[in-house]
Design a protein around this ligand. Sequence first.
Ligand code: PLP
Length: 408
Amino acid sequence: MTFRREETVWIPESDLEGMSVDTLAVRAGQMRTGELEHSDPIYPTSSFVYGSAAQAAARFGGDEPGNIYSRFTNPTVQSFERRMAAMEGGERAVATASGMAAILSTCMALLKSGDHVVCSRGVFGTTNVLFQKYLAKFGVETSFVSLTDDEGWRSAVGENTRMLFIETPSNPLCEVADIRALADLAHSHEALLVVDNCFCTPVLQRPLEHGADVVIHSATKYLDGQGRCVGGVVVGPEKLMEEVYGFLRSAGPTLSPFNAWVFHKGLETLPIRMRAHCENALELAQWLQQQPEVETVFYAGLPEHPQHELAKHQQSGFGGVLSFRVEGGREEAWSFIDATRMVSITANLGDVKTTITHPATTTHGRLSPEDKSAAGITENLIRISVGVEAVEDLKTDLARGFQALQNQ
Ligand SMILES: Cc1ncc(COP(=O)(O)O)c(C=O)c1O
C-alpha cells in the first residue's frame, strides 16, 4: 500500500492476481487521492479542465490519456467498471445508465441491419419488447426459443445469426441454460453468446469462464442490493467493449458518477449478501413445497428442479429468486399477495428487502397472451425475491397469504 503521496493513483491490481471474487468485490478498482481517504472518492463533475489549450487539444486528439467529459469517462464510473471487470473475469467493463441501456448498447454496438438474434423466451419482459419492437425496426430480427430446448436452439440458428442472448437462471421460472453448450453453438456459427447474469451476479456464476462472450447486468438489482439506483454494466473482451464504449460515448446512455459510487460500494457486501439470499431462498422454497395451496415451486436449488445438476455444476449457489404457482388464477394470486404485511409489493428484485410480484400483470404484463403462455407466465404465478430478513419472519408473513387462500 502506498502512503504519503500527492497524486491520485489506482491501487495496483497486480497485487490482487489470483484472489477470490470475495476479495475482488472489496479491493479491485480502488483509487486513492492525495488525501489518502480509505473509502472511495466520488467525482460528480460533467467535465474536466486542462492546464493549457495545447493539453486540451492533446486530450481531444487522443495523444494524451485522461478525462475530458463524463459522457466519455469519469473516474468514479471507472472504479465501478474496473471492479466489475475483475469480478466477472473480463478484460473490460462498460457501465451504462440502466440494465436495459446495457442490453441496448450491446446490440447497437455489435449488431447491424440484416443480423439475426436467437433469444431465450423467458427473458425479462422489457428485453423481449426491445428485441421484438425496437430492434426489429432497424432490421435486426429475433427468434425466441425456450431456454432449455437444445434442439430448438440448434434449429433456430441460421446463416445470419450473430447473437445468442440468454438469461440464466431465467426470470421468473428459474430455468437454467447450459452456458458452455450455447457458447459452442454460437461460436460454430460466428455468433456471440451474451448472458444476462443479473440473477446470479459474478459471486455465483461467471459466464465468461464457461465460454460466453459478453456478460450483462442490471446493476439496479443485486449489485446495488439496497434498491437505491438504476444502472447497468457490460463486461467482455477489450475488442468488443471498445465497440460498446464507442456507442455509449456517441449515444449517451452513460452511468452517473453518483450511481456508480453507490454500486461500487454495494459490491463490497455482495458476496455476503448473496450467501444470505441463497440460504433464505432455499429454506423458503422447501417450506413453500409443503404448503397445500402451492401447485409448484420453481427454484434450481430443489433436487427435483429439472436443471438442478447443471445449476450445481455451473453456479456456486442457487440465487435468491424463486417463484411458485398457487391453486387458482389471478384472483388467488392477488389475494395471497395482498394478505402479506411485511414483504414489499414491488417489481424490483435483488434487494435485501424481500419483494413479491405478480409477473403476469407487472414485469411480463406487456407480453402477448401467446408469449406469456409460451414463457410459462401463468396468472397463478407469484415471484419472490428473497431478502435477508430472518427466514422465520418471512414464513410468518407469507403464511398470511396462505391464510387468505384458506378463508376464500
Ligand atoms: C434479468 C433482468 N435484466 C435486465 C433488466 C433491466 O434492468 P434495468 O431495470 O436496470 O433497466 C431487469 C430488470 O428488472 C432484469 O430483471
